[in-house]
Write a protein that binds this ligand. Structure first.
Ligand code: GDP
Length: 325
């Protein structure tokens, strides 16, 4: 480890937010020398990590994620917790993608001493984003944050990815206008531990109460997972704007967290997460090495031209790679 990385490590462990920012920038970098320092830093921090309550949070744009994180985060800080907010946004590479972890929308939290907010990194495939987020979680833990909220937008694969790196998953929904369940993908319902019907205030309160009841029955159809506290997955109502119902969300999270700790669910999940992380890292490293050693562009061109079948091209690529070791 270089002297500057060593200094960064000290400042990070001392809980300096600027050091945490710099460390996250380091793990986000793809420059080989940065990567080497990031790896050295992370390896030196294993004893300092794993302590936080890792909470995944998802919902479609406009449902109130930023508002919820701000209100909920402030309440947690009042309870004496240290809250880090990370964002996973696979759409940020696309122009007009949702803005996650938007600091301008979390004004109070940004100023709070015991909060840290990191907007989503732009660029890169979901695989890369996932790796960087996993590493950022570890860095937040090393910096003493005991609650890490990982925000993602309700599109496809990203929830599953976030669920794999967190302990519990919150899904935010808006009150439904009609009587049918909103177009929530089944997969997202399956990973949600707590469904929060947000905007349960003013004109929308009655609709929110109805929507909650609909989801409570829908969730009952999903079998409780092994080692779970009874009553989960659960549906609640809240108003991020009026800051009501947030205590219930927190106590539901705490209850689930204790139950999962007692049953060994958490440690089993962390083991699975470590394995999944290893698999993903292995794949990423193999692909990087593969790209360096073989002429992927030519193989691709041959597949496009139809001179090679995709399978043959893959086979030839791997043979060439192995010969070049
Ligand atoms: P995000 O895109 O999911 O992060 O949603 P935002 O937090 O930016 O909120 C989108 C809009 O919904 C904003 O105009 C918020 O003021 C509003 N909003 C958020 N939470 C609530 C709530 O609990 N009640 C009401 N009435 N409006 C809310």
């Amino acid at each position: 480890m270089t002297a500057s990385t060593q200094a960064l490590r000290q400042a990070l462990i001392a809980g300096e937010r600027r050091a945490l920012s710099r460390a996250i920038t380091l793990v986000e970098s793809t420059r080989p020398d940065h990567r080497a320092q990031a790896t050295a830093l992370l390896s030196s921090l294993t004893a300092e990590t794993g302590g936080a309550m890792r909470i995944g949070l998802s919902g479609t744009p406009g449902v109130g994620k930023s508002t919820f994180i701000e209100s909920f985060g402030m309440q947690l800080i009042e309870r004496g917790r240290k809250v880090a907010v990370l964002a996973v946004d696979p759409s940020s590479t696309i122009a007009g993608g949702a803005i996650l972890g938007d600091k301008t929308r979390m004004e109070r939290l940004v100023r709070a001493r015991n909060a840290f907010i990191r907007p989503s990194p732009s660029g890169g495939a979901l695989g890369g984003v996932a790796r960087r987020t996993r590493e950022a979680i570890l860095l937040c833990e090393a910096a003493g944050f005991d609650t890490v909220l990982v925000e993602t937008v309700g599109v496809g694969q990203s929830e599953t990815t976030v669920a794999q790196m967190t302990d519990m998953f919150l899904l935010l929904l808006a009150p439904a206008g009609g009587d049918e369940l909103q177009g929530v993908k089944r997969g997202v319902m399956e990973i949600a531990d707590i469904v929060v019907i947000n905007k349960a205030d003013g004109d929308m309160k009655a609709a929110a109460v109805r929507t909650r009841a609909d989801y409570a029955s829908a969730l009952r159809l999903f079998r409780p997972r092994t080692g779970e506290a009874s009553g989960y997955p659960m549906a609640l109502t809240a108003s991020a704007l009026e800051e009501s119902g947030l205590e219930d969300v927190w106590s539901a999270l705490e209850t689930l967290d204790s139950a999962r700790r007692a049953s060994g669910f958490h440690s089993r999940r962390r083991e699975t997460q470590a394995q999944q992380w290893f698999d993903a890292a292995l794949e990423a490293h193999l692909m990087t090495a593969f790209r360096e050693k073989t002429d992927l562009a030519t193989l691709r061109a041959q597949v496009t031209a139809g001179t090679l079948t995709p399978d043959t091209a893959a086979e030839q690529g791997v043979s060439a790679f192995l010969e070049h070791r």
